[in-house]
Every structure is written in structure tokens, then in C-alpha cells.
Design a protein around this ligand. Structure first.
Ligand code: PMP
Length: 363
């Protein structure tokens, strides 16, 4: 609290990002869903060849080379693509561009009750009302719940976070059809890790109210670069550009644009890393189930696990931390019984499994 802060700054509950340790000591870091594998070699080449003189000049406001790379891999056009400083920024711009403020409407934005914890922060920051739709007992989202309520927008993470569960594209299509007057955001931060890859991007030409948001942070191993993008109808993209240019016209720097474009065009590296991660995840899910954990079927680069009765999630989180293994624990209703564990290398997953076995023995 400060007398110099305005009402919003005093009141807002900011997003709490996963811990980024500032020590050099070796930790097994499975807490922020980063990719354990290397970014594309093409990115390294770009960095080695980058001419420092380029930094004298502002970057291209539109990140055209990135838009063109996304257009190429999705089969869409440049005008269907928006690029931002991480998908958190892209989501924030969508929120401001498409969802009505609560003093202008009685309606709210539909979100799953358990979902990405930034959504309530956007709602508070941009004065929109949120309507939280409960999940099923198995933590899945029932698309019908998003088809029957009047709203001023819909935001769904697919696969959902932190539950890791994916919804089929056919269900997304039903939601789009039921909400022709609202913008529907599908946050595909983790879509690359579906066993059979499918993206709602394929529906963009059919539904003018759809925005699909993706990130290079997870699937391309570029969390440190801060690049995310959205694909949508040209009408929606133009709205997003208007809001961007009312806030920061140069969100993506010259280095990030070149590295991002190179990564996106290296389809082979993306596919190799994606499949390797899915393989490790399959083994990890089996190991955790063998240890008595409840593990929903994951389509993401993390698993969401409920420990057996011997130990609580919170206590296990603390025990692992003492051993230098970081995972994510959310002390909130429903999810506080679970841990979210990012999929690391096979070696890292063996370390965590062995550590947990030891804890269960001692419990
Ligand atoms: N959406 C979801 C569901 C996420 O979990 C994250 C990562 N915290 C993001 C978006 C944002 O990712 P980034 O800003 O790194 O692109």
C-alpha cells in the first residue's frame, strides 16, 4: 500500500510468476513449464550473424518477418497474425480490445473456474467482469457450459492450465457457434504437446470471432525471448493493432523478431522436440500412477498430479524443494491438492520420481 499509488495499484492482486532462481547452484527446475531441449540451431545462427548496428534503429512495429513465418506454417495470411512480447502481452491486448468494461455491460467473460491464473488479473486490471464456470469432477471442461450463458467474451486455455487436459477442436467449434456475438479466445500455450497435434487456428477462416493465442516460450524452447502471437480474422487483428499502438508500438525487439522467425520456420526441430517431450511425459504419467498418484491425461508439457494419502501436495512440494527440485504448488481451492510438474529431460524425471519414492517411504 502507498498513498502515492492509485486505487487500482493499491487493490490489484498481481499475477505471481513461477520462481526463477537467482542462484548458480544446480536445481532440477520443473516449475515453470520451460522446454528442456535446445532452441533451433537456426536461432543460434541468427544471433551469431546479428549486426549490432541494427540496434540503432527501432524495430518493425508489426514484426512482419514473424507474421510471415506464422502465416506460412498456418496457411493463413500476414493480416491474420499479431505478434507480441510473449503471449501474456498478446492476451492482455485481446482483453482490452474485445471484452467490455463492467460499467458498460451487465455481462461478463466466461472462463473455466480453474484455469490460467492470469485471467482474473486481466479482468481486474481491465475492469471486466469474470464468470467462472466450474469444471467437472474429473477436472475437464464441459463445452455445453460455455454455450448457454449470455456473455461479453470467452477465454479458455486449451490444453487447460494447470489441469493439462485438452478439449477436442470439435468442442471449440460448438462454443464458437453458440457465441457468434462474442470474441472467443483460445489460449494454446500448450497445444504443441497434444499427442495428435491439432490447433483451433484451422477454424480462423470460418469464425470471425475466434482468436487463437500461441507462444514460443514452451514449444520452441524460447521462454527467455518473450515472443507470442495470435491468429484471428483480419478484423480482430486490426483491433489488436489499434490497442497495441495505444500502449507500445514496438513490443518485439529486432533480435527477438529474427530469432522468432528462424525458430518458427525450423519445423523439423519443433517436431523432434515435441515428440521427445511427449515420450517422456507418457513414461512420467505411468511412473506417477504406479506411485499411487491421481494423474489426469496430460496434453501439455507438464503433469498435474494429486499425491496418494500418505502425503499432502504442500508437504511434498516443500520436501522436494529441500532436495533442490522445484515444482509448482498453488495454494488455492481445488488445485491445492495437486502439484504441477513440468516435463524435463528423462534424467530429470528419474531424479524427481526417485526423490518422491523416498518421501513416500518415509511418510
Ligand atoms: N497462457 C498460459 C495458459 C500459460 O500457462 C502461459 C505461461 N505462464 C502463458 C499463456 C504465457 O506465456 P508467455 O507469456 O511466456 O508466452
Amino acid at each position: 500500500m502507498s498513498k502515492f499509488w492509485n486505487k487500482k495499484t493499491n487493490e490489484i492482486e498481481a499475477y505471481v510468476a513461477g520462481e526463477q532462481p537467482k542462484t548458480d547452484c544446480k536445481l532440477v527446475k520443473l516449475n515453470t513449464n520451460e522446454n528442456p531441449y535446445s532452441p533451433s540451431k537456426e536461432c543460434e545462427k541468427v544471433l551469431k550473424e546479428f549486426d549490432i548496428q541494427e540496434l540503432r534503429l527501432y524495430p518493425d512495429t508489426d514484426s512482419t518477418i514473424v507474421r510471415d513465418a506464422v502465416a506460412k506454417i498456418t496457411g493463413l495470411e500476414r493480416g491474420n497474425v499479431f505478434v507480441g512480447n510473449g503471449s501474456d502481452e498478446v492476451l492482455a491486448i485481446c482483453w482490452q480490445a474485445f471484452f467490455e468494461k463492467k460499467y458498460n455491460t451487465n455481462l461478463g467473460v466466461l472462463v473455466p473456474e480453474v484455469s490460467y491464473s492470469f485471467y482474473p488479473v486481466y479482468a481486474q486490471n481491465y475492469d471486466t467482469r469474470l464468470i467462472k464456470i466450474p469444471l467437472g469432477e474429473d477436472l475437464s471442461i464441459d463445452p455445453d457450459d460455455f454455450c448457454v450463458r449470455e456473455n461479453c467474451g470467452v477465454a479458455i486455455a486449451n490444453p487447460n492450465a494447470p489441469t493439462s487436459i485438452a478439449m477436442p477442436i470439435a468442442d471449440i467449434e460448438r462454443i464458437l457457434q453458440a457465441n457468434p456475438d462474442s470474441v472467443v479466445i483460445i489460449d494454446e500455450a500448450y497445444a504443441a504437446f497434444k499427442t495428435k497435434y491439432e490447433s483451433a487456428a484451422e477454424l480462423v477462416n470460418k469464425y470471425p470471432n475466434l482468436v487463437v493465442v500461441q507462444t514460443l516460450s514452451k514449444s520452441y524452447g524460447l521462454a527467455g525471448l518473450r515472443v507470442g502471437y495470435a491468429v484471428a480474422s483480419k478484423e480482430l487483428i486490426e483491433g489488436m493493432i489499434k490497442i497495441r499502438d495505444s500502449f507500445n508500438s514496438y513490443p518485439v525487439d529486432r533480435i527477438a523478431q529474427k530469432v522468432a522467425a528462424a525458430a518458427i520456420l525450423d519445423v523439423e526441430n519443433y517436431e523432434i522436440n515435441r515428440l521427445a517431450l511427449i515420450g517422456t511425459r507418457t513414461n512420467a504419467m505411468a511412473e506417477f500412477r504406479k506411485m499411487g498418484f491421481f494423474v489426469p491425461e496430460s496434453s501439455a508439457n507438464f503433469i498435474f498430479v494429486k499425491p496418494p494419502v500418505e502425503i499432502t501436495a504442500e508437504s511434498l512440494y516443500n520436501k522436494l524443494r529441500q532436495k533442490g527440485i522445484l515444482v509448482r504448488y498453488f495454494n488455492k481451492p481445488i488445485v491445492k491438492e495437486f502439484l504441477r510438474i513440468s516435463i524435463g529431460t528423462d534424467e530429470e524425471m528419474s531424479i524427481i520420481v526417485e526423490a518422491i519414492k523416498e518421501e513416500l517411504k518415509n511418510a
